[in-house]
Every structure is written in C-alpha cells, then in structure tokens.
Design a protein around this ligand. Structure first.
Ligand SMILES: CCCCCCCCCC(=O)SCCNC(=O)CCNC(=O)[C@H](O)C(C)(C)COP(=O)(O)OP(=O)(O)OC[C@H]1O[C@@H](n2cnc3c(N)ncnc32)[C@H](O)[C@@H]1OP(=O)(O)O
Length: 208
C-alpha cells in the first residue's frame, strides 16, 4: 500500500489508523511460550503439588506483567505483523502469506489449545479464523473500514489439529456500503474443510 493509499484509508473512517508494531525478539518468544502454556493448560493431568507450583509461578508472572497493561493499539499484541497471529494469543498462530486486492491467504496449524472433541478442532475456532480473514480482505481490497454484519460457515469436514491449513478469502461482490466476502479453509492438498460467506458493512462516521 502506498502512502497515498494509506491516507485514503484513514479518511474513510474515524477508526484510528492501524499502526504495525516491531517488538523485540523476546516478545515473540514470550508469546510462543504463552501459546505452549495454553496447550499445556488444556491438556495436563498433573499431581496436586504440580498445580500448586504452577499457580505460584503464574502468580509471579502476573505480578511482573500487570504494571505494564496498556490500552488497545499501544502494546505489540495484535499489531506485530511478522509474528504468528500478529502476536495476539486470541488468534491462532497463523501467518499471512498473501495480502492484495485479489485475495488474502493465511496459513498455519491449529494446536491442542484449539481442540474441540474427538481429536479435531473446536467448531467455534473456525468463525474466528474466517472473521479475521474477512477483516483483512476488506482492508486489502481497499474497501472502507467495515464490521461483520453476518458470517456463515459451512463445515464440510472435521478440521484436524497439527496439520498445515490455509484460508483464502476474497471480495465476492460490492453493493454500496456492503462488501460480500467468501473464503475457503483447506488442507495443503486442497481438501476443503470449510467455506464461509460474510457481509461486511461500511461504518458510518461515529459508528464504533
Ligand atoms: C479498529 C479496527 C476495527 C475494524 C474491524 C475489523 C474487522 C473485524 C471484523 C469484526 O469482527 S467486527 C466485530 C463483529 N461485528 C460487529 O460487532 C458488528 C455489530 N453490528 C454493527 O455494528 C452494525 O449492525 C453494522 C455496522 C454491521 C450495520 O449497522 P448499520 O446501522 O450501519 O447498517 P444498516 O442497518 O443501515 O444496514 C446497512 C445495509 O446492510 C444490510 N445489513 C446490515 N446487517 C445485515 C445482516 N445481518 N444481514 C443482512 N443484511 C444486513 C442492511 O440491510 C442494509 O442494506 P441496504 O443498504 O441494501 O438497505
């Protein structure tokens, strides 16, 4: 995106400009360790004394970090484009591989943290991945800043964990303030796991 385009995007909304962050390497390592902790927190079966020791260590960590809690858009989480999931623990640790007006592609794996039941991904994780993709598609296509009005996911096959996956989303059609987006979630060999459609509606001045 050129500087001129970036200015154009800003003028189309009252939402503050998205400013990418470039945190030190230690932040990326910290986030990855936190992801490992999430995987463990949902999978451990430990003796009582291990829970007690873990509780003490997490309490220490909270004490260390709490003074640095910052408002949205200030800390590096969610803004670190070079990190999986933009450095946000909410997002699965996926990386954006393609970001242009034609489509947005992100790839990655789902992990133990994302388990639903029966060894496969929780169904609720997929709308998160689709919604994030739709948001990026709107931005990459230089459509006005918009929010999801609806999102429909068709689950075609169960989504495996620890297997490379990809989502590709693109603008299907535009109608005034409305941008209709479609996306497909696939395995590396192209097997379709889910497809989705969403309506993104351009925010009017003053809309949050
Ligand atoms: C800081 C970065 C922020 C950028 C966001 C990144 C994107 C991330 C994507 C998200 O996850 S956003 C969070 C989830 N979404 C929301 O919280 C949205 C909550 N809903 C709203 O804010 C409003 O409902 C919305 C802005 C989507 C629409 O409200 P409006 O009052 O502005 O729209 P209006 O009701 O006038 O409808 C505009 C058009 O959209 C149509 N429409 C709206 N909602 C619809 C719906 N659910 N189904 C079908 N059509 C719908 C509506 O019929 C109409 O069509 P026409 O122009 O043809 O008449």
């Amino acid at each position: 995106m050129t500087e001129a385009d970036s200015e154009k995007v800003d003028l189309r909304s009252e939402i503050p400009r998205f400013k990418p962050a470039t945190p030190p390497a230690a932040f990326g390592e910290f986030v990855e360790n936190m992801r490992r902790l999430q995987d463990l927190a949902v999978s451990i079966d430990a003796p009582d004394e291990v829970y007690a020791a873990a509780q003490e260590k997490t309490a220490e960590l909270i004490e260390l970090l709490a003074p640095f809690e910052a408002r949205e858009g200030k800390g590096p989480a969610n803004r670190s484009m070079q990190l999986p999931g933009r450095g946000s623990l909410l997002m699965p640790p996926w990386k954006v591989e393609k970001f242009d007006e034609e489509s947005v592609v992100a790839t990655g794996v789902l992990r133990r943290y994302h388990l639903g039941g029966g060894g496969v991904a929780h169904g609720g994780v997929l709308p998160l991945i689709f919604d994030d993709n739709f948001g990026m598609v709107v931005y990459a296509a230089k459509r006005p800043i918009s929010r999801t009005a609806y999102l429909h996911v068709n689950y075609r096959k169960v989504t495996p964990l620890n297997v490379p996956l990809a989502i590709e989303g693109k603008v299907d059609r535009v109608d005034g303030r409305k941008t209709f987006i479609t996306a497909r979630l696939t395995e590396e060999d192209g097997t379709l796991l889910a497809d989705g459609e969403g309506l993104m509606v351009q925010l009017l001045p003053g809309q949050p």
